[in-house]
Design a protein around this ligand. Sequence first.
Ligand SMILES: [Zn+2]
Length: 229
Amino acid sequence: MKWISDLIDLIFPRTCVVCGELLSPQEKDICINCLSTLPKIEKIHLDEIEKSFWGKVEIERATSFMYYHKNSPYNNLIHRLKYKNSPDTGDRLAFLAAKEIAESGFFDDIDAIVPLPLSKRKMRQRGYNQCDYIAKGLSRATGIPVIKNAVKRLKSNETQTHKSRDERWQNVEGIFALSDATLLEGKHILLIDDILTTGATLASCAKSIQEGCQCKISIFTLAYTYNGI
Ligand SMILES: [Zn+2]
């Protein structure tokens, strides 16, 4: 059915979310030129990412794929995933990320991928959980299964942006609950989210999981807010 997608492209031209140029039929979300200069996380900041969890929760390792710099046009990729009804962007980006990160052995002893759950209200508003699609892309690339129903979110924490660092940590206490410990017991799980800023939300979820079952936890996010907010 290639002619149908060609026709749709003709009527609704697809453009690169970064530079605005027209995309070829093979390109999705981003053109090949912009993809070649995607701001991937440099080695020096990988340590910083792991350190954001030190003293908060015990994790095995943590990584992220690209920077989320203030005003960077590359943030449009994340905006598209979260706010523009384009969940497949998360799948594609995570697939790409996993293919690159896998070379370092990051996924080697991971048993399951666990997307950070959304609250019911947020799920109703957005219609999908963007983390489910990031999980899907990671799973497609690595073959590691996804477990969705082990953890639930009791409330959302959308007011985070206006809070100080300390307030953010307090604000996320007890917002997650383990709903089925047997699904995670004894496993090494990869907990995932779209953007890592302070790590407070992910740490809170990891804590709730560790309080209810014995498992190892590592962390992956698509993007990392370089300077924090
Ligand atoms: Zn472009």
